[in-house]
Design a protein around this ligand. Sequence first.
Ligand code: ASP
Length: 346
Amino acid sequence: MARSVLIIYTGGTIGMMEDPESRSLIPFDFEQLSHQVPELTRFDLVIDAVSFDPILDSSNIQVEHWQQMARQIESNYEQYDGFVVLHGTDTMAYSASALSFMLRGLQKPVIFTGSQLPIGVLRTDGKENLITSIQLAGMASNNTPVIREVAIYFGSALYRGNRTHKYSTEAFDAIHSPNLPALAEAGIHVQFRTNLFPVVSEETPFSVQYEMDSRVAVLKLFPGIRKEVVQGICSTPNLKGLIIETFGSGNSPDLPWFIEELGKLREKGVFMVNVTQCSEGFVEQGRYATSTSMMELGVIPAADMTFEAALTKMMYLIPQCGDVETFGNQMLTPMRGELTSYSSLV
Ligand code: ASP
């Protein structure tokens, strides 16, 4: 029996074409997918498509849309062998990270893709991204899917979704995975790095955690940051989690007022995570004296997690964790390949 792939179209540039009259970009009807991409009929795969209504520029993605994506996957999980999520590139790394946590016990491919140029224009990168994503989502070896995680295929490379970051507004390889090599490179052949594939437990049944707590905030440090700014963020009502975007390997000012503000959050039981502003490397609290205060305040180092992964993992963990200690342990435990264990980094 032919394998099957479900395309979930959420929006973004990929699903657009030029209106012949106005010449502006309009979304095309996804039921007409094979009209736009006639190559799809050459696959030995059953390919179906469902579309969000309304479709979204990915800058409008909210928690409810991650839940909608997860619901589509859950309700079609038995029926299809793989899933391709078409998504705008702007927040694709966030959605792929969020879904990687929400989908527990995933044994099938969920491949996000999109494009820099719409599928309906001449130099589009969308066709190749779509065709190869479908191919990867339908691939099996001994009837077992080759990819069994949430990934992003973009610009000839397949990345672990929760390791990615949109780095370019211009380049066709707009998505990067700064701290983990690509899972596969698509040249004439698709070359997999199977040593990076996750160990998937067949015993864990597939399930979805829909609850993602967005009562979080981000404090991005910069030289000259004023007390009122820090106070404003730290006094956000109902705050449950704070990501502090620090300098270098996790350093922050050690000014008394700064430590005092974060200390108040600590007392309130707000979970705090230290993410570096560098796009590569990892947070190592205690390496410089300017990060010892982070340690003393019980701020959890995000190790080599991307900002996107740390933020969405925080949203995923808040509903599960009653205290800072449990949260810290969970945050530092690799769950979906999103971080390298701390002891092997230092
Ligand atoms: N603004 C668009 C979006 O993220 C860009 C894209 O599709 O890549 O939805």
